[in-house]
Design a protein around this ligand. Structure first.
Ligand SMILES: [Zn+2]
Length: 200
């Protein structure tokens, strides 16, 4: 195995830790989701396809360049790799990308109901505007093209009938945005249930 710098070892440890947080908090299930961080020298550290991201070890991670060519690691990179790479190519400020299928966020999208992002200024400031990206098949060039158009400024994206993507300066930052996005959706689910009962 290629020797890793102390900073890369730290990035690996933190990526694995955030994968565990996501699984423990129910933001991913089974083999869902993918996480990545930007390494130096134009490379990206990415989770493998088809694995539970809550139970990964450092050797399971794959290093790719910004064109998606595998630089190190034996696993097959995540199928959503192109969305991650687009974020790193187009946004110098992005140090980490997370994609997940958070339950309440996806349920809202399936129902065709938009989230109301502005009820809490703290959440609004942390997440920023939430961009909805129209449906295209997972892993498709068409979906990547939609992201390339949407990526310019915002940091939280709802993929229609699919999931969410959040960006951050680092992996914890991207995780916080994902967790807050899902919390926002959960609060709105509860609000609607309670409001309906109050009326009924
Ligand atoms: Zn997905």
């Amino acid at each position: 195995m290629v020797s890793q710098s102390a900073s890369e070892q730290d990035l690996r440890r933190r990526l694995l830790e955030v994968g565990r947080w996501m699984w423990e908090r129910g933001l991913i299930a089974g083999s869902e989701g993918n996480l990545s961080v930007r390494l130096g020298e134009g490379n990206v550290l990415l989770t493998p396809a088809g694995r539970n991201k809550g139970r990964l070890e450092s050797n399971d991670l794959v290093t790719v360049d910004l064109k998606g060519r595998v630089v190190a690691g034996d696993a097959r990179p995540s199928s959503e790799i192109q969305i991650h790479l687009a974020a790193y190519r187009l946004r110098a400020d992005v140090g980490a990308v997370i994609h997940a299928h958070p339950c309440a966020v996806v349920a809202y999208s399936l129902a065709g109901v938009a989230l109301v992002p502005t009820f809490n200024p703290e959440v609004g400031a942390a997440i920023g505007p939430i961009t909805e990206v129209a449906y295209e098949a997972a892993g498709s060039a068409a979906l990547t093209a939609l992201f390339e158009k949407a990526l310019a400024h915002n940091n939280a994206f709802i993929m229609a009938r699919h999931g969410a993507v959040t960006l951050g300066n680092d992996i914890e930052h991207a995780f916080d945005r994902l967790e807050m996005l899902e919390q926002l959706a959960r609060i709105q689910v509860m609000t609607q249930v309670i409001a309906q009962r109050a009326i009924g």
